[in-house]
Design a protein around this ligand. Structure first.
Ligand code: GDP
Ligand code: GDP
Length: 436
């Protein structure tokens, strides 16, 4: 999974969301619902020409006064330049160059990061002629497109994909597993980190992260070796709280990119929020291992079934993928901290598990007999054999006569059978159906 991040900036109504949604297609954009003054901010993972990258729409301010408007736009550009590897600057050919476009391009021209000027709403030939005025903004990489019809967006994406280094589109090879501690502000991430590292002064070293936004700490204790990726300690100076949260979301995405397993920390009293679910589903999409840690468990009044009921409810919220370990911990009282780490190491093992083709087929044959594949138009779907692919995320190819006739419910059944027979708890998996 690539750690490359592309930000889209531009004043409101130029068509950023339209472009964004087209690019993510059925992969739903994740909307960061900041109520009030700011419009929804979105981020997601895009694929183009076999490369994938994070895409963020830094949002737009819904203006009521021009002064505030300008400040907000500047802030948007600043976030983009701080957080992204490349920027798509979108303008609107239907309205032509505005003062704000000029102000933004002044800032963008000064950056060393690649900037792509996307002149949008070029729906027809006439517009294309008019749109040539945008050369005046002095941005070299200029593309004319219509996000509505999709024309021209391919060229822009080709150019973006081209600058993504091959090694950033590949999974890093390292034998030491990496865990990212992720969660909302104040859930106890720093406390957890201190509980793990604080007293025991056996931390081997502090190595710099591959990006300046994450801190990597090498941990080697009780025969357990791993790298903790932490974003908690870094706080950027910003006056506006919602920006802080947005920064922390972007940073969480980056930490996820670098990690093998995500330790998603929740506050037991507050439960799981929409933002947590967004991060969770992103981790699933990226095929990362996941362990959910319900922290501050010491604050919960407990009866016989409290933990069991809590877990049941939480698993319901995590659907469709909820085969993940959930642990109830207290960072402050240091309860079950080491178990959390052991669980994460177990998930690493599950994620790397390779099943032999013969074992796989034995198990799958049983499942096929217990519950037959669908009969479509009078023709029974027949699955001939299955094999595991050599990928970082457990992936299985099922060879069958009519791959398109295997629908989601049956796929889910097969996945559950695999999970039941072999241990894949905590790791997403992929099933492919191919013609044979
Ligand atoms: P954002 O505020 O920059 O995210 O802009 P939106 O994506 O919400 O688009 C603003 C308006 O422009 C909407 O009414 C879109 O339907 C329209 N729009 C977006 N892309 C195009 C385009 O390529 N051509 C035309 N004609 N309209 C577009
Ligand atoms: P972060 O923002 O996620 O790094 O959260 P902190 O580690 O700074 O913790 C936020 C607050 O929650 C602090 O006041 C902590 O003392 C408190 N806290 C963290 N973990 C626990 C816990 O397990 N139990 C209790 N009671 N409080 C905790």
């Amino acid at each position: 999974m690539s750690g490359f991040t592309v930000a889209i900036v531009g004043r409101p109504n130029v068509g950023k969301s339209t472009f964004f949604n087209r690019l993510l297609q059925e992969r739903k954009a994740i909307v960061d619902d900041v109520s009030g003054v700011t419009r929804d901010r979105q981020y997601g993972v895009a694929d183009w020409n076999g490369k994938s990258f994070n895409l963020i729409d830094t949002g737009g301010f819904v203006p009521d006064s021009t002064d505030v408007f300008e400040t907000e736009i500047r802030k948007q550009v600043k976030i983009a330049l701080d957080e992204a590897n490349a920027v798509v600057f979108m303008c609107d050919a239907a309205t032509g160059i505005t003062d704000l476009d000029e102000a933004m391009s002044d800032v963008l021209r000064r950056t060393t990061k690649p900037v792509f000027l996307a002149v949008n709403k070029v729906d027809n030939h006439e517009r294309l002629l008019e749109a040539s005025e945008f050369y005046a903004l002095g941005i070299e990489k200029i593309f004319f497109l219509s996000s509505m019809t999709g024309s021209g967006s391919g060229e822009l994406l080709d150019a973006v994909a081209e600058i993504i280094p091959e090694d950033q589109a590949e999974v890093e090879v390292s034998t030491v597993p990496k865990f990212a501690i992720i969660g909302q502000p104040n859930v106890g991430k720093s406390s957890l980190l201190n509980a793990l590292l604080g007293e025991e002064r056996t931390i081997v070293s502090d190595i710099a992260g591959t990006t300046r936004d994450t801190i990597h700490t090498h941990y080697n204790l009780f025969n357990k070796e791993f790298i903790l990726i932490d974003t908690a300690g870094i706080r950027r100076k910003t006056k506006v709280n919602e920006d802080l949260e947005f920064y922390s979301v972007i940073r969480a995405i980056r930490a996820l990119d670098e990690a093998d397993v995500c330790l998603l920390v929740l506050d037991a009293e507050k439960g799981i929020s929409q933002q947590d679910l967004n991060i969770y589903s992103l981790a699933v999409k990226k095929g990362k291992g996941i362990v959910v840690l319900v922290n501050k468990w010491d604050l919960i009044k407990k009866e016989t079934n409290t933990a069991r009921d809590y877990e049941k409810e939480l698993k319901q919220r995590l659907l469709p993928f909820n085969d993940v370990p959930i642990l109830f911990i207290s960072a402050v009282e240091k309860t079950r901290i080491m178990q959390a780490i052991e669980m994460a190491l177990q998930v690493v093992e599950n994620r790397q598990r390779k099943i032999s083709t013969s074992e796989l087929n034995e198990a799958i044959q049983k499942s096929l007999q217990a519950y037959h594949p669908p009969v479509v138009r009078g023709v029974p779907v027949s699955i001939k054999y299955v094999t595991q692919l050599p990928t970082p995320v457990p992936s299985f190819a099922f060879f069958c006569n009519h791959p398109d006739d295997v629908k989601q419910p049956y796929k889910n059944y097969l996945e559950n059978q695999l999970r039941k027979t072999f241990q894949f708890t905590g790791t997403p998996m992929r099933l492919f159906f191919r013609k044979k």
